[in-house]
Design a protein around this ligand. Structure first.
Ligand code: BES
Ligand code: ZN
Length: 883
C-alpha cells in the first residue's frame, strides 16, 4: 500500500489549532510542469491553544521545497524537518506575530488525481476541498483556520491570457518575455479549501445582477471558446439563485464579482470557491440540441447549490470535516427547495425521495453505514456521501417541519447573524434552531450521531363503538457498524385521514383543534395515537411528503392503494400509492416466476393506469411519474436476497403487458404531444416531452415494426437532445435491428461534444441487451475512452456497475472482475474517482452465496494490489468487515 498504515482520524480528538494565520500572500509563476509558488504567511500562536510546543507543523504533500524563512531569516536544514505529509519548523515565536515565507514548486501536468493545481486540457485550475491546498503549498490545511488571501498570478500572455482567483481584481501589469500578471484580493476571511485559481485561454459571457439593497454585481461565466454558445442557461440559473436566496433567506451576495469557470476534468460536480466557482462542464454547458431537459434542471440545481454555499459554507464554514453535513446537508436542502420553487414541488420531492430510498438507504443498510456526522474516517474524500448529503438534507427538512417555515427562517437568520465569519459545528446549528424557536431538540440530535434507517411498524384498529381509530407506531433500527444498539429517535410524521367516499376526514386527536392534516411526533419506541369522532373506518395517509427518512411497514391492500391513488390530496402519497401498488404486483410476479407459474398481470394495475390516463393533468411531469414503474434498484432494496434476473423479468413483463393493454392510449398520447413539439423550454413543453417519451418507452416494449418505426423517426428528426436521447435510449435497450446504425450515426453527429459522447457511453453501459457486457468491455478500448477523464469513467464504468444491475451482477462474476480491474487501473491515476467506483461491490451481503463470494473475491483482489491508495483501501476494506 502507498501509505502502509493508514491512520484513522477521530472526531473526539479534535483540538483547536495551535497557530493561526492572519493573512496570506501567494504568488504563482504558472507553468504546466513546474509552477513556482511563494507563500508569505502572517501567523501567531492561537491564544486558545493550551499547547506549550513551539514547533509549527504545516501540512504539505508532494511539494518540492525550495526555501523557508521566518521573519526574513532563511532557515537551514537543521531548523526544519520534512516528511511526506508535513513540514515541521522548530521554535517559532510564541508571543508575537511572525512571518513564514515558503518557496516551493509543483507539477500540475503530472497531477492526474485532479486535487491541488492541475491541468484540464490546456487550462490550469485548482480543487482544494477537502485537503487539496496542501498539494499547492505548505499551510494549516484545516477549515477552522480562516484568513484573508492576496494572490498574484504570473503567466505567459498567449497560454494564459485569463488569470483568475478569489475576490476582486486589484492590479495587473505586463512583464518581460511575453508575460503578464494579475493580483487578486479576497476581503472575506476563508479557510484554504475555498481558495481557487484558474489560468487559460478562456472566453466569457457577462451579465449583472442588482441585489435587494441595490448593489450591482458583475457576473461572468468562463468556458473554452467552442462552448461559449452554451452558457446562457447557466447565467439565467445564477440570477435565479441570487434572487431566490434574497427572497427565501434574506441573503444577499457580498462581493462585487461572481465568476464561474467550466472545466472538462473534474472529480465532482462543482465547487463553491469564494467568488470563483469551478464547475464540471456537465453542470454549465447546455444548448437545446446538446442537453436534455433534465440536464437543464440539474444545471440550475447545481448552480444554485454552489451559490447558496456562499452563506451556508463560506461565510459560515465547518469547524472540522466531521461537520461536513453542516454545510452540505443544509445546502442540499436549500437547493432542493430552490428547484422545487422553480419547477414542480411534487415532482422534485418525489425524485429526491426516490434517490434517497434507492441509494442512501442502501448505503445506510450496508457495511459503510455512518451517521450524517461521522465520528471517524481514514480519507475524508470518502465521506462526501449520500448519507452526509441527502440524509443530511432530510434532517434539516425535519427541523423545518418541526419548527414550521417561519420558525425555520427565524432560526436561520439567527444562525447567519451569530456565526458569520466563523467555523462552527452541526450542534451550533441545532442549538440556534432550538433557541430561536424555544424548543427542545435534545432527542432530535440523535439523528446526527446514529446511523441506519429507522423502520416504523404500523398497526391500526378501528373501534366501531367508540368511533375511534388508533394507530400504533413502533420504531426500530437495525445495528450498524460500531453501533449495535439504537436509541429511539424524534420522528415527525405528517398525517391525513380519508373517509370511505374519498373526502378528507376531520382529524380529532387529544386536545388539538380539529384539522385536516396533522403533524404527530414520535418519540418513544412505541406510541399509540387515538383519532376520535370517526363514523367509519378511515383510510390513513401516513408520512405525507415523506416527512422523515424512514422505512414504513404497514399492511395495505391493493384496493386501499388504488383508493389512495385516486383520492389522496397529498401529491407525494398519491404517487407513493401507485409506486407501492406496482411494487407489490411485481413482487407477486417474482414469486410466480420462482414457482414456474404462467405470468398474468393483475387487472387492478391496468385499471388504475386507465383511470389516470383518462383524467386531465396540469403537471404532465407528475403524470409521467405516476405512469412509471419502480426502478430495478429500488425493487432490489426491498428484497431479502436480491434476485436481479427475476426483478428484470417481472418488471419487463409488467411493462409489456401494460403496453399491450393500453396500446391505444399510449399511442394517442404520444402522437398528441409529439405533434406539438416545438423544441421550446418551459415547464409545459418539458412535461409534454416527458409524458410523450414515457409512452414511447411502453410502445417500443411491444417490439413491433410500427413501434420501431416511430422511435427511429423520432431519433432522426428530433428537434432537441431530450427527444433524440429518449429515442436512442429506447433503441439501445431494444432488439431493434437498426440499433448499431443509430448508435454509430449518433456518434458521428456528436463526436466533438464531449458531454454528448458521455451520454453515448452511458446508454450502452445501461442497456439490458444480452451483449451489453461485451459492448462495455469493447468500449474501454474505444479511442474516446480515457481513464484520466472522470466524466468518461463515470459514464462507462460507473454507469455499468451502478445502473446496470442485470448485467453487472451476471452470475459468472465477469462484471465484478471487470470492475476490479478497472479500479486497479484507475487507483494510481485518480484515487478519488477509483474509490467511488468501488460502490458497485460494497453491497455484496445482499446477494446469493455464489455472487457474494465472487464479489468478495473482487474486493480482495483490489485490496491486495500493491500501491493501493488509502481512498480505495478504506472503502474496500471496510466493506469486507463481517457483521
Ligand atoms: N463542496 C462540494 C464539492 C466538493 C466535494 C469538492 C468534495 C471536493 C470534494 C460542492 O458544494 C458539492 O457539494 N457539489 C456536489 C453537487 C451538489 C449539487 C450536491 C457535487 O460535486 O457532486
Ligand atoms: Zn456542496
Amino acid at each position: 500500500m502507498r501509505d502502509a498504515n493508514p491512520q484513522t482520524i477521530y472526531l473526539k480528538d479534535y483540538t483547536v489549532p495551535e497557530y493561526l494565520i492572519e493573512n496570506v500572500e501567494l504568488s504563482f509563476i504558472l507553468d504546466e510542469e513546474k509552477t513556482r509558488v511563494v507563500s508569505k504567511l502572517t501567523m501567531l500562536k492561537n491564544p486558545l491553544s493550551h499547547s506549550q510546543d513551539s514547533t509549527l507543523i504545516l501540512h504539505g504533500e508532494g511539494l518540492e521545497l525550495i526555501r523557508v524563512a521566518i521573519d526574513e531569516q532563511p532557515l537551514n536544514e537543521t531548523q526544519y524537518q520534512q516528511s511526506n505529509e508535513c513540514l515541521n519548523i522548530d521554535s517559532v515565536p510564541q508571543d508575537k506575530t511572525f512571518i513564514v515565507e515558503i518557496g516551493n514548486t509543483i507539477n500540475p501536468k503530472a497531477n492526474t488525481a485532479l486535487e491541488g493545481l492541475y491541468l484540464s486540457s490546456t487550462m490550469l485550475c485548482t480543487q482544494c476541498e477537502a485537503e487539496g491546498f496542501r498539494k499547492i503549498t505548505y499551510f494549516l490545511d484545516r477549515p477552522d483556520v480562516m484568513c484573508s488571501f492576496k494572490t498574484t498570478l504570473i503567466g505567459d500572455k498567449d497560454k494564459y491570457p485569463v488569470l483568475l482567483s478569489n475576490g476582486n481584481k486589484i492590479a495587473e501589469g505586463e512583464l518581460q518575455n511575453n508575460r503578464h500578471w494579475v493580483a487578486w484580493e479576497d476581503p472575506f476571511k476563508k479557510p484554504c479549501y475555498l481558495f481557487a485559481l484558474v489560468a487559460g485561454q478562456l472566453e466569457c459571457i457577462e451579465d449583472s445582477f442588482t441585489t435587494m439593497s441595490g448593489r450591482d454585481i458583475s457576473l461572468q461565466i468562463f468556458v473554452e471558446q467552442s462552448d461559449i454558445d452554451k452558457c446562457d442557461h447557466a447565467m439565467q440559473s445564477l440570477k435565479n439563485s441570487m434572487r431566490w436566496d434574497e427572497q427565501t433567506y434574506g441573503r444577499e451576495y457580498d462581493l462585487d464579482l461572481y465568476m464561474i469557470v467550466a472545466v472538462g476534468h473534474f472529480n465532482m460536480g462543482a465547487m463553491e470557491n469564494k467568488g470563483l466557482n469551478v464547475f464540471n462542464t456537465k453542470f454549465v454547458l447546455a444548448r437545446p440540441d446538446t442537453a436534455t431537459d433534465s440536464d437543464y434542471e440539474h444545471i440550475e440545481g447545481v448552480i444554485g447549490h454552489e451559490y447558496f454555499h456562499n452563506w451556508s459554507g463560506n461565510r459560515i464554514t465547518c469547524r472540522d470535516w466531521f461537520q461536513l453535513s453542516l454545510k452540505e446537508g443544509f445546502t442540499v436542502f436549500r437547493d432542493q427547495e430552490f428547484t422545487a420553487d422553480q419547477t414542480s414541488k411534487a415532482v422534485k420531492r418525489i425524485e429526491d425521495v426516490k434517490m434517497l430510498r434507492t441509494r442512501q438507504f442502501a448505503e445506510d443498510a450496508g457495511p459503510l453505514s455512518h451517521p450524517i456526522r461521522p465520528d471517524s474516517y481514514i480519507e475524508i474524500n470518502n465521506f462526501y456521501t449520500l448519507t452526509v448529503y441527502e440524509k443530511g438534507a432530510e434532517v434539516v427538512r425535519m427541523i423545518q417541519t418541526l419548527v414550521g417555515k417561519t420558525g425555520f427562517r427565524k432560526g436561520s437568520d439567527l444562525y447567519f447573524q451569530r456565526y458569520d465569519g466563523q467555523a462552527v459545528t452541526c450542534d451550533d446549528f441545532v442549538s440556534t434552531m432550538e433557541e430561536a424557536n424555544d424548543i427542545d431538540f435534545e432527542q432530535f440530535r440523535r439523528w446526527y450521531s446514529q446511523a441506519g434507517t429507522p423502520v416504523l411498524e404500523i398497526e391500526q384498529e378501528y373501534n366501531q363503538q367508540l368511533k375511534t381509530h388508533s394507530i400504533t407506531i413502533r420504531q426500530s433500527c437495525a445495528p450498524t457498524p460500531r453501533q449495535p444498539a439504537k436509541q429511539p429517535l424524534h420522528i415527525p410524521i405528517q398525517l391525513g385521514l380519508l373517509a370511505a367516499d374519498g373526502s378528507v376526514a376531520d382529524i380529532c386527536l387529544d386536545d388539538h383543534a380539529p384539522c385536516k392534516e396533522i403533524l404527530i411526533e414520535l418519540k418513544e419506541q412505541q406510541q399509540t395515537f387515538v383519532f376520535e369522532k370517526l363514523e367509519e373506518r378511515p383510510v390513513v395517509s401516513l408520512l405525507r411528503g415523506f416527512s422523515a427518512p424512514v422505512n414504513v411497514k404497514m399492511q395495505q391492500s391493493l384496493e386501499e392503494l388504488a383508493f389512495l391513488l385516486s383520492h389522496d390530496t397529498d401529491t407525494f402519497n398519491r404517487w407513493e400509492a401507485a409506486h407501492k401498488m406496482s411494487s407489490q404486483i411485481i413482487f407477486g410476479l417474482m414469486d410466480d416466476i420462482k414457482q414456474g407459474k404462467d405470468l398474468e398481470l393483475n387487472p387492478l394495475l391496468v385499471q388504475s393506469y386507465q383511470t389516470i390516463l383518462q383524467q386531465s393533468w396540469d403537471d404532465l411531469s407528475y403524470l409521467s411519474l405516476l405512469l412509471s414503474l419502480p426502478a430495478e434498484n429500488y425493487l432490489a432494496g426491498q428484497m431479502e436476497v436480491i434476485d436481479v434476473d427475476a426483478i428484470h423479468k417481472a418488471r419487463v413483463f409488467v411493462e409489456q403487458s401494460l403496453a399491450e393493454q393500453l396500446q391505444n392510449q399510449f399511442l394517442e398520447l404520444y402522437q398528441r404531444y409529439h405533434k406539438e413539439e416545438s423544441g421550446q423550454f418551459d415547464a409545459g413543453t418539458i412535461g409534454r416531452r416527458r409524458i410523450k417519451n414515457i409512452c414511447l418507452g411502453y410502445l417500443v416494449k411491444l417490439e413491433s415494426t410500427e413501434s420501431y418505426q416511430i422511435v427511429e423517426e423520432q431519433f432522426k428528426t428530433a428537434k432537441n437532445m431530450t427527444d433524440q436521447m429518449a429515442a436512442l435510449a429506447v433503441i439501445t435497450d431494444s432488439a431493434n435491428p437498426n440499433k448499431l446504425m443509430c448508435l454509430d450515426s449518433f456518434y458521428q453527429q456528436w463526436k466533438d461534444e464531449a458531454l454528448v459522447i458521455d451520454k453515448w457511453f452511458t446508454l450502452q453501459a445501461c442497456s439490458s441487451s444480452d451483449d451489453s457486457f461485451n459492448t462495455v468491455q469493447d468500449l474501454t478500448q474505444h479511442p474516446a475512452f480515457e481513464l484520466t477523464n472522470p466524466n468518461r469513467v463515470r459514464s462507462l464504468i460507473g454507469a455499468f456497475s451502478q445502473a446496470n444491475q442485470l448485467h453487472f451482477h451476471a452470475a459468472n462474476g465477469q462484471g465484478y472482475n471487470f470492475l476490479a480491474n478497472q479500479i486497479i487501473a484507475l487507483n494510481l491515476i485518480n484515487p478519488q474517482v477509483a474509490s467511488r467506483m468501488v460502490s458497485g461491490l460494497t453491497q455484496w451481503k445482499r446477494f446469493d452465496e455464489n455472487r457474494q463470494s465472487l464479489m468478495k473475491k473482487a474486493l480482495e483482489k483490489i485490496i491486495n494490489t500493491p500501491d493501493i491508495s488509502k481512498d480505495v483501501y478504506e472503502i474496500a476494506s471496510k466493506s469486507l468487515v463481517p457483521g
